[in-house]
Design a protein around this ligand. Structure first.
Ligand code: PSU
Ligand code: MN
Length: 299
């Protein structure tokens, strides 16, 4: 693995570092907004006094702390593989490029010694998962890898209740930031009441530290709702989601293509509005993630 000199230095000095994924760049947003967003997210993290480490795989080598040129390439290049845990050895051995999902990014962040990771939304149990078993490997990773993931809850395209049940079974603490309602990505209102609300980055850091100190392996999920002013209208987004799910079904989209297909279709159906919300929520998560990383370093 290649860790950038900036990230290496920060880790050595015990400075706050925040990991970022690359699937959101290569498969989550269209070019050039994907690149602009990835760079803007890094800037927010720096503004908050932490060091960003965007993670991906180039020619079979894991990169922790991509350069702006590398981020540009991840945004532009066609055919970069979406890489989750199961794909890592294949991409390493074949010396391919890989855009890492939440799961794969957690693994690489953990290897590098990074404890906090910011994304848009983690994967979860898809609607109908009781039958299809389409449950993101991100949930398995949260169960086993010691990285805290800051996410705008869980994407509304999924089955949120089922996802939360699985996280409970797997022993993953879910902390809801400054609200007792679970964030559903595009809006703040899933209607699901959360048991554990945190009101500050310090509170999150204390819980992360308690998990670490007590050797309770696995990650934590911080559900950080999109700010109200950037949220989608519930009716509009739910309509688009229903339609996109139907289109995915009719087109026979399966496996790892489901999430990228739905995100892209929802952007088209909302005339780009869902993309704007998506960008804003990632930036919002970046600020919180950096603050949590900072508090964690102080403890
Ligand atoms: N959330 C986004 N955009 C994305 C993803 C999540 O806003 O592109 C990606 C993440 O990389 C996440 C992946 O890990 O989707 C989940 O894919 P799947 O459902 O196939 O596990
Ligand atoms: Mn899946």
């Amino acid at each position: 693995m290649k860790v950038s000199s900036e990230v290496k230095f920060a880790l050595k000095k015990g400075l706050p570092v925040v990991a970022l994924e690359s699937t959101i760049i290569s498969h989550g947003m269209p070019y050039p907004k994907n690149v602009q967003t990835a760079l803007a997210v890094e800037a927010v993290i720096r503004d908050h006094g932490a060091v960003p480490a965007t993670i991906g795989i180039i020619d079979g080598e894991a990169i922790v702390g991509m350069s702006p040129e590398e981020i540009e390439e991840f945004g532009k290049r066609k055919g970069i593989k979406k890489v989750s845990r199961r794909d890592l050895p294949i991409v390493f051995a074949r010396k391919e490029w890989g855009a890492t999902t939440v799961a794969a990014t957690m693994i690489l962040a953990n290897m590098a010694g990074i404890e906090v990771f910011v994304t848009g939304g983690v994967g979860g149990a898809h609607r109908g998962a009781q039958e299809t078993f389409d449950i993101s490997a991100d949930l398995e990773e949260l169960a086993r890898t010691n990285v805290t993931v800051v996410s705008a809850g869980v994407k509304a395209i999924l089955d949120l209740n089922l996802t939360l049940e699985i996280l409970e079974t797997k022993g993953v603490p879910v902390l809801s930031y400054q609200t007792d309602e679970f964030a559903d990505f595009y809006t703040r209102h899933s209607g699901i009441k959360m048991e554990n609300v945190i009101n500050s980055p310090l509170e999150a850091a204390k819980i992360i530290k308690a998990k670490r100190d007590n050797k309770l392996d696995g990650g934590l999920l911080i559900a950080n709702p999109i700010p109200e002013e950037f949220a989608m209208d519930t009716k509009v987004i739910n309509g688009a989601i229903e339609k996109a799910l139907k289109m995915a079904d009719e087109a026979g989209v399966k496996g790892k293509d489901v999430t990228p297909f739905l995100l892209k279709t929802i952007v088209e159906l909302t005339g780009g509005d869902s993309l704007e919300s998506n960008i804003k929520l990632v930036l919002n998560n970046a600020a919180l993630g950096a603050e949590i990383a900072k508090e964690l370093c102080k403890l």
